[in-house]
Design a protein around this ligand. Structure first.
Ligand SMILES: *Cc1c(COP(=O)(O)O)cnc(C)c1O
Length: 375
């Protein structure tokens, strides 16, 4: 069988698998900061320049998206390297107004390095085009779909076309969908960013991030920022992420199906004012189906018909769903998103990550929790 004949799912199951006689089948974590090196120095002689455990993870992530992967110590470290690598010669970075808030905060902090953050609505294609071609402006388009936490879907094909016409590189934060459900590089993105902390590692025990790209110069630039800036992945974390990656197809298909069931249930619940999920939002359903054909992911959000205190009471009343941030883990979690100071989500919005528990248990827990009122 040639490599091309092997499906991406099968390649993920074999993430980090070795086939050399006498070698361990899975890549063990290499817990060493230096290697024996009597001659010419190589980058990986010192652990900030390379480690066989990340290399195995990068090969697995890259194979799944037909790209080079560069792994970082967190999604934010990956974002920082990507923003810095793309900043020279650019005046603006166009970001979604409703996207992951730490991307906006980070872009603002990196303003002295060149690109000024400009917030825009990715669903308003005319405004994106205006921002990208504004006179005298060289820009980067930092897209995100579905967005965290409002789960709004942007049309990647249309955005890719607008960015290309404007000569602006498009990057896509693909954390919510992962490279299994959505392929930004096939829509013209120069880079796809993923916080591996979420669904990819999938067990709420790792912080890691990665950038996937088919541009070798950008991959080199990212590796340079990684080794100079020091935002490297620990070998133990990389090892856990490889382990998680092997079951990503199973987990995310189950979680997507469950999230769709929960979203439909919540949409009919009298205490719920609005539900946000790509699989039930009529306006963008056709786009979501086209660019996420295998499922809409584990994450949804909904607004309790009431105040922040009402939503807090609901979150606290669950017996199964864990009150916790982050998403994509095997256990269902939820939080009132507005409790974070820089978050701009509506006050009573609860973000829910569907785990792998039987859906009936989760439906019962939701109904129980939605009866709660503030003490
Ligand atoms: C969590 C997250 C990040 C940041 O990743 P970390 O691993 O927490 O640093 C970036 N983008 C999105 C959409 C996220 O949800």
């Amino acid at each position: 069988m040639t490599d091309e004949a092997i499906s991406a799912d099968a390649r993920l199951v074999h993430a980090g698998t070795q086939r050399q006689a006498g070698q361990p089948v899975v890549q063990p974590p290499v817990l060493a900061s230096i290697r024996v090196s009597p001659g010419e120095p190589a980058a990986a002689d010192y652990g900030r320049g390379g480690n066989p455990t990340w290399t195995a993870l990068e090969q697995a992530l890259g194979a799944a998206e037909d790209a080079e992967a560069v792994v970082f110590g967190s999604g934010q470290a990956a974002s920082m390297a990507l923003m810095l690598a793309l900043a020279p010669g650019r005046d603006a970075i166009v970001l979604p107004v409703d996207g992951y808030y730490n991307a906006r905060v980070l872009a603002d902090r990196l303003r002295p390095h060149g690109a000024v953050p400009v917030l825009a609505d990715l669903q308003d294609l005319a405004s994106i085009e205006r921002e990208l071609i504004a006179p005298g402006r060289a820009a980067v388009l930092w897209a995100e779909t579905p967005t965290n936490p409002l789960l709004r879907v942007a049309d990647l094909t249309a955005l890719g076309r607008i960015a290309a016409a404007a000569g602006a590189p498009m990057i896509v934060d693909n954390t919510v969908a992962t490279g299994l459900l959505q392929h930004p590089l096939d829509h013209g993105a120069v880079a796809s960013l993923c916080s591996l902390t979420k669904s990819v590692s999938g067990h709420s025990d790792v912080i890691l991030g990665a950038v996937m790209t088919r541009d070798p110069a950008l991959a080199d630039g990212l590796r340079a920022w990684r080794s100079l800036g020091g935002g490297i992945a620990g070998p133990a974390e990389a090892w856990l992420a490889i382990r998680g990656l092997k079951t990503l197809p199973l987990r995310i298909e189950r979680q997507s199906a469950t999230a769709l069931t929960l979203a439909g249930h919540l949409a009919a619940h009298p205490r719920v004012r609005a539900v946000h999920y790509p699989g039930i939002t009529p306006g963008t359903l056709a786009i979501a189906r086209a660019q996420m054909p295998r499922g809409f992911g584990p994450l949804l959000s909904f607004e309790v018909d009431g105040s922040a205190a009402d939503a807090d009471a609901v979150v606290a009343a669950a017996r199964l769903i864990v009150p916790a941030t982050s998403f994509g883990g095997v256990d269902s979690t939820w939080e009132r998103r507005g409790r974070w100071p820089d978050e701009t989500a509506p006050d009573s919005l609860i973000r829910l990550s569907a785990g792998i528990e039987p859906p009936a248990d989760l439906l019962a827990d939701l109904d129980h929790a939605l009866r709660a009122t503030p003490a």
